[in-house]
Design a protein around this ligand. Structure first.
Ligand SMILES: [Fe+2]
Ligand SMILES: [Fe+2]
Length: 293
């Protein structure tokens, strides 16, 4: 991908290039246990912002964007992988500063129903309208793949066909105050199930934060599994999620996918396990119980 991947000597106060023309424009939020990662793709005279971030984060994200030397008016599209405020909150701020009548806001149509409530002035484009791809004028393409209910009905992921960078939004995200831009894992991590103390001497183990995040945010094991199967079909080199750390190689992606695909108690399953709702059908029919009150 032409860019050296390492946490050594990274200055988190600057925009950081993670692949050809692709920049991390988030920031190291020491206080928060939920770290957000917006990204910028610059291709010649054009640029696209991915999951731009919340409203309070906007000044920092914009400062990082300007550090790349880009004029905001070069941004032709904003891509949002779902409609949560941690991605979409700053849409009106971006629109103001970009100030282009032809600015595109791109998402799945299921998301666009909600994204329009961020009081946007730009035209909303659905993935269908764009035939699941965005083309820069150079010919570089961003390809979109639906991952429904992982975690929103309209969730999807985006592949940059030139570099193999896959933007997955919440998928492969993580909770945790300890953070580095690039996830560092080794082959031995595959066999390890003790996440409390790293035998290899790493500062912290990222797996518990990833597991906790997927259990809480994703809707069900089936939705997570479907999304992972979709990722398995995509020719990726690196995963750039909207939370947590970038997963810099396919071996680490496979290792984490292996942990996630085996994960039980995801979303609603975790709740049902603790309640009597799972007994529905074995007792008095629901309609009778409702009417009885
Ligand atoms: Fe989300
Ligand atoms: Fe998120």
């Amino acid at each position: 991908m032409g860019v050296k991947i390492s946490n050594l000597n990274l200055d988190y106060d600057r925009a950081i290039q993670i692949a050809d023309g692709i920049y991390w424009i988030g920031f190291y939020d020491v206080e928060s246990g939920l770290h957000c990662n917006p990204y910028l793709i610059i291709d010649g005279e054009e640029a696209v912002v991915i999951d731009g971030g919340s409203r309070p984060d906007f000044p920092t994200v914009m400062m990082k964007l300007l550090q790349t030397g880009l004029q905001p008016s070069s941004i032709t599209a904003l891509i949002y992988h779902h409609y949560d405020p941690d991605l979409c909150g700053s849409i009106p701020n971006f629109e103001d500063i970009i100030d282009r009548e032809d600015l595109k806001i791109i998402s799945d149509k299921e998301n666009n129903m909600f994204i329009r409530h961020y009081a946007i002035s730009s035209k909303l484009y659905s993935l269908e309208m764009l035939k699941h791809k965005f083309r820069f004028s150079s010919g570089r393409q961003l390809l979109f793949y639906n991952t429904p209910y992982a975690h929103s009905a309209g969730s999807f992921i985006t592949l940059d066909s030139q570099t193999g960078v896959l933007f997955t939004s919440d998928l492969f995200g993580s909770y945790g105050k300890e953070w580095e831009l690039f996830l560092e894992m080794e082959l031995e991590c595959r066999e390890c199930n003790d996440y409390t103390q790293c035998r290899l001497g790493h500062k912290y183990c990222p797996i518990p934060g990833i597991i906790k995040f997927h259990r809480q945010i994703f809707t069900s094991k089936r939705a997570l599994r479907y999304a992972l199967e979709t990722i398995a079909k995509v020719p990726l080199n690196l995963i750039a999620p909207q939370h947590g750390s970038i997963i810099p190689d396919v071996e680490s992606v496979a290792l984490i996918a292996e942990k996630l695909v085996a994960l039980e108690r995801v979303g609603i399953d975790r709740i049902l396990e603790r309640t009597s709702i799972k007994d529905v059908g074995n007792i008095t029919p629901l309609t009778e119980r409702i009417k009885r009150k």
